[in-house]
Design a protein around this ligand. Structure first.
Ligand SMILES: *[C@@H]1O[C@H](CO)[C@@H](O)[C@H](O)[C@H]1NC(C)=O
Ligand SMILES: *[C@@H]1O[C@H](CO)[C@@H](O)[C@H](O)[C@H]1NC(C)=O
Ligand SMILES: *[C@@H]1O[C@H](CO)[C@@H](O)[C@H](O)[C@H]1NC(C)=O
Length: 492
């Protein structure tokens, strides 16, 4: 089943996820040379958001390419403060103290018509490993019983290189990036995209450098303040230039490739068809660095670490979807509704960002009774005579002369309301995880409406994402159920 036609953004059933994580762990432990029992714990994460954002590389702007992002719900395009991840109120990861964000380029597949679909991303595992140790002159391997330090507050770092299109076996940075091809009864590790069919998953992996210069929380290329240790990408003594050993982190992003039966048509969101440019970004958001710093010492095995449950109420430590505090900004269709003609962003699809959403192909939602292609200006009033107004930001209800003029734009059953003065979209706020509110200037690809006529010029707006209808609730506009409020459209 494809990501898009299922209409659901997220995650395999928990049982399936646990199995793949266990498989992951055993494969990993076999493949690494010096794994002590308590040297690893795993942060398991559900998807948080898919969007063109990268607060490390392009703060405040759309990122060059689309990212798959997990972790704290404070993720946004601008995260310049040292505590900008920490201030999250929830995380999609299963360690309650971890409000960090982790992201990678999303995987796309190009079909026979040359269109690009998001490959379903089902979840993420971040391995936390005690592998590196502080600089010791003339030593390559670490003595036993040393513990790498917690990340300093505000640390941010990138591993891997979006511009890579070749592989150099003698370069530790290249060896640190891998693709595991997982099928029924087989798994094989590649650098670059697998050259065989992977009828279960591609697990895209990047191992981060764990030696810190001891001074800088970031650097101009977001890499130079960190280095790989001496033995290899995944362990050893830190070099004198970067003498402080931090906990090693290793990303695994799972993409469900079970529906893909051809070779050669995978693309990372940055346009890379080789897979060598897979990379990861990390913003530290742990809320208790003391606890993180002693996590490995107190760990008996991956499933028996105090950090696994620290801060979590009993039974509530499972990862799951979360609402973003700052919803994604809409630029263009990125594939959440179905295949797109170009990879989003500036690399291939140059200069063709749209002003409104591109038609969706969702079938389960009520069909709009407005013509398929339709643009017209309107004011919107409730049955009680209050007007929609977004002159002060989010749309609110007012009486009197403050009705906002919205340009209604319908294409293929997906409608937007665009405030022509404020130049902001009215949107259903989030992917249907909780009650929705109509907002402006926070349009995201999936946040459009269908508009259904119930009487002459009386319409009900339904959020495309889940069919929840916009309702008037006191002074508020919310989208929270089947029953919508009748809204009178006065066409201009
Ligand atoms: C491969 O990596 C090694 C180690 O960084 C470097 O010395 C060498 O020049 C690289 N080879 C190429 C062809 O870039
Ligand atoms: C942080 O964790 C340490 C070690 O578990 C604990 O002693 C301390 O109370 C925690 N601090 C806060 C503010 O929760
Ligand atoms: C809606 O109104 C705005 C501002 O007056 C105008 O620029 C725009 O062209 C109008 N749209 C339509 C479809 O009439």
């Amino acid at each position: 089943m494809s990501f898009v036609s299922s209409g659901c953004l997220i995650i395999p059933p928990p049982a399936a996820k646990n199995n793949s994580m266990r498989l992951t762990l055993s494969v990993l432990l076999l493949s690494l040379s010096v794994a002590l029992a308590g040297d690893t714990f795993v942060v398991n994460c559900a998807p948080l958001t898919i969007q063109r954002a990268d607060p490390i590389v392009t703060p405040g702007k759309p990122s060059q390419h689309v990212h798959a992002i997990v972790g704290g719900n404070a993720f946004r395009r601008t995260m310049s403060d040292a505590n900008s991840a920490e201030i999250a109120t929830a995380t999609t990861c299963d360690k309650k103290l971890d409000h960090s964000n982790y992201w990678v380029p999303h995987l796309y597949h190009k079909d026979a018509q040359g269109r690009y679909s998001l490959v379903p991303w089902t979840g993420t595992a971040i391995y936390y490993q005690n592998r590196a140790c502080d600089y010791i002159a003339d030593q390559k391997y670490c003595p036993r019983g040393t513990y790498a330090a917690a990340f300093p507050k505000g640390l941010r770092v990138i591993a891997g290189d979006p511009n890579k299109r070749t592989y150099n076996e003698s370069d530790v940075r290249d060896r640190a990036v891998q693709m595991m091809c997982m099928g029924n009864g087989y798994s094989k590790e590649y650098h670059g995209f697998p050259t065989q069919i992977c009828n279960q998953f591609i697990r895209a992996e990047v191992y981060f450098p764990s030696c810190w210069d001891g001074k800088n929380l970031d650097s101009p290329n977001h890499r130079d303040h960190m280095a790989y240790p001496s033995a290899d990408f995944d362990g050893g003594v830190c070099p004198p230039s970067h003498p402080i050993a931090l906990i090693s982190i290793f990303f695994e992003f799972f993409f469900d490739t079970s529906a893909i039966t051809d070779l050669g048509n995978f693309y990372l969101s940055n346009g890379d068809n080789t897979g060598y440019s897979f990379h990861g970004d990390f913003v530290n958001g742990w809320t208790n660095l003391t606890a993180l710093g002693e996590a490995h010492r107190l760990c008996v095995g991956p499933d028996n670490c105090p950090i696994n449950t620290l801060g979590a109420p009993p039974g509530q430590n499972h990862p799951g979807p979360q609402d973003l505090i700052y919803p994604a900004v809409y630029e263009e269709e990125i594939g959440l509704h179905g295949p797109v003609d170009h990879l989003p962003g500036q690399i291939i699809n140059t200069g063709t960002t749209s002003n409104g959403p591109i038609p969706t192909t969702s079938s389960s939602l009520p069909t709009s009774t407005v013509p398929d292609v339709f643009v017209r200006n309107v004011t919107v009033a409730t049955a009680a005579g209050q007007y929609f107004s977004s002159t002060a930001g989010d749309p609110v209800l007012r009486t009197g002369r403050k009705a906002s003029v919205y340009e209604v734009n319908v294409k293929g059953g997906a409608a937007t309301l665009f405030d022509v003065v404020q130049k902001k979209f009215v949107t259903a706020e989030d992917a249907g995880r909780s009650a929705l509110r109509a907002r402006s200037f926070r349009a995201d690809t999936w946040e459009t409406f269908s508009i259904v006529e119930t009487d002459k010029d009386v319409f009900v707006l339904k959020a495309k994402v889940n069919g929840k209808a916009v309702r008037v609730h006191g002074e508020n506009l919310i989208a929270d159920g089947e029953e919508g409020s009748p809204l009178t459209f006065k066409w201009m």
